[in-house]
Design a binder for this molecule. Sequence first.
Ligand code: 13P
Length: 248
Amino acid sequence: MKPLIAGNWKMNGSLASNEALVKAMLDGLGGQAPGADMALCVPAPFLAQLQSLLTGSPIAWGAQDVSSHEQGAYTGEVSATMLNDFACRYAIVGHSERRQYHGESDLLVADKAKVALAHGITPIVCVGETLAEREAGHTETVVKRQLAAVIHAVAHCTSEIVVAYEPVWAIGTGKTASPEQAQQVHAVLRAQIAAATQHPERVHILYGGSMNAANAASLLAQPDIDGGLIGGASLKAADFLQIVALAH
Ligand code: 13P
């Protein structure tokens, strides 16, 4: 299985800056097949642009969220079928910024993962503990509870999800989990997936949280870290490509 390096642009970008960034990434690849699978998860209004810039390239694209509803009176939401219209391969679900700022529960995140899969979209399921939870010794309990809700909802499709371990205290803070800290949690998640599916080896478990060109190599060298979910560094073509180059 190739590693997966996925960018999460969060609420950043503009038509002009996206075009420059994506072109710089494609130029940087120089027509070579990268050693890692690549994806960019972008704000919904830019999906058409990414589809047009990336079709036929080695970089896939996706959304940062998806509604748990199929359609109807859900103002502001974006449905999985809408993401299908723009050929999204991925949708992030349960990012900590949505859990924190939008009150998303484990159950809602699980429903979103299920809806994405039902529409052929791979959910990138984010799990992670806050600093208070880590300090209280609850890291494993928290990430297992978050992942268990998704496994329960998607059942036999568990081998089709991507999991991202993103310790909340490491996101956008410049504080990365040490490779050992991350590996410890990834091993717990791998065991949980192995208990739920006959094909645990198909599931990418990504690390996210201040991953950058300088620290990616040691994180990606860990046996259960299968790639990265990159925030800030995915907004810089050179940094993102450097991480991709380190992942093989
Ligand atoms: P940073 O890489 O900016 O810390 O963000 C990580 C993240 O939240 C990716 O989803």
